[in-house]
Design a protein around this ligand. Structure first.
Ligand SMILES: [Zn+2]
Length: 284
C-alpha cells in the first residue's frame, strides 16, 4: 500500500487533483478547511523533493495530494488513493463544499499593544486559534522580531519559518484573548495598519535621516553597527503587505531607500517610494 501512496503522490499533481474541488489561481486558493478563508492564504507549492503540497496560512492545515482528498472527502487515505488512481473525482466546479472543519478564528482577538503582564513569547508554545492546538515552531524558525508602537509598546512578533520541504513564510504572532478570557500568544494577525519595525526610534528623533531597509535582518545588522546618525526601519512581509503597513510616519522625513539584492525588493521599494513621496502616504 505504501508503494501505491508514493506512486500517487508522485504521479498526480495536487494542482490538477485539487482543482476538481476548489478553484486555484496562480497556486493560491480559498482554503476549504476553515471558515472565512482569504484567497491568498491557501498555497499550493512544489517543495525541494518536487512533490506538490498545500499549506494554509490561517488554519495551518498541510499535506500532499492524498491527504487533501482524504480530508475534503472525509475518507481514509487508502480510499483517497483509489479515488485519485481511478479518476473518481468530481467534475471541476461541481463540488459543493460542506461546512469546513475549523471555525475558531473569530473567538480569539489580538490585544494591541500586548499588556505588560503578558509573558515573553516562547516559540514552542504558539497557539493556533483556528484549530485550537498548541504548535512548536522551534524546528522551523530562522528568525523572530518584535514590532513596537510609537511609544515602544510591543504590538506583535514576526516569525520567519522554513519548513522541511523548503516552503518559507513570515507570520505574525499576537497576544490574544480567547472565548473564556484565557490569553495566549497566537498565530493571528492584528488588524492593519501594521507599524514599521523601528517606529519608536523613528518618532523619538524627527531630525534624523531614515534608512528604509528591505528586511529585519538588514535592520538588525544596521542597528548592531550603527553610529546613531540615522534611524533604520523596515516593514513586515513583502509586496503583499505594503498596503497593510502604516507609511504615514515616513512622510516629510529624509529617507534613504536601500534595496536588498532582489528584484522583488526593488519593486517593493519603488511602490513604497511612491506611497511616501508622491501620494504622501494617502494623506493627500
Ligand atoms: Zn485553512
Amino acid at each position: 500500500m505504501s508503494v501505491d501512496f508514493q506512486n500517487v503522490i508522485e504521479k498526480f499533481p495536487l494542482t490538477e487533483v485539487a482543482s476538481h474541488y476548489i478553484p486555484i489561481n496562480k497556486n493560491l486558493a480559498n482554503c476549504p478547511f476553515h471558515r472565512e478563508s482569504q484567497a491568498q492564504n491557501f498555497h499550493v507549492y512544489r517543495g525541494f523533493d518536487e512533490i506538490e503540497r498545500y499549506r494554509c496560512l490561517e488554519c495551518h492545515e498541510y499535506g500532499d495530494v492524498v491527504e487533501f482528498v482524504s480530508l475534503i472527502e472525509h475518507c481514509t487515505k487508502s480510499e483517497a488513493v483509489e479515488k485519485i488512481k481511478t479518476s473518481n473525482l468530481p467534475l471541476p466546479s461541481s463540488w459543493v463544499l460542506e461546512d469546513p472543519p475549523y471555525d475558531q478564528s473569530k473567538a480569539w482577538s489580538p490585544m494591541i499593544p500586548s499588556p505588560h503582564e503578558a509573558p515573553g513569547y516562547n516559540w514552542e508554545l504558539t497557539y493556533n486559534p483556528v484549530r485550537s492546538t498548541l504548535v512548536d515552531l522551534g524546528p522551523y524558525i530562522f528568525r523572530s522580531d518584535p514590532y513596537h508602537d510609537h511609544e515602544g509598546l510591543l504590538m506583535f512578533w514576526v516569525v520567519r519559518l522554513t519548513f522541511n520541504d523548503g516552503f518559507q513564510v513570515a507570520l505574525q504572532v499576537t497576544w490574544c484573548v480567547g472565548p473564556k478570557n484565557e490569553q495566549k500568544w497566537c498565530l493571528r494577525e492584528m488588524e492593519p495598519k501594521f507599524p514599521l519595525m523601528g517606529l519608536d526610534a523613528l518618532v523619538a528623533d524627527p531630525a534624523k535621516y531614515v534608512l528604509l531597509l528591505g528586511s529585519e535582518e538588514d535592520k538588525s545588522e544596521h542597528d548592531r553597527n550603527t553610529d546613531g546618525g540615522a534611524v533604520a526601519v523596515t516593514w513586515f512581509g513583502d509586496d503583499a503587505d505594503i498596503a497593510k503597513t502604516d507609511w504615514a510616519p515616513l512622510v516629510g522625513r529624509k529617507i534613504i531607500y536601500l534595496c536588498s539584492d532582489s528584484e522583488s525588493n526593488r519593486r517593493a521599494m519603488q511602490r513604497i517610494f511612491k506611497i511616501v513621496e508622491i501620494e504622501k502616504a494617502g494623506s493627500g
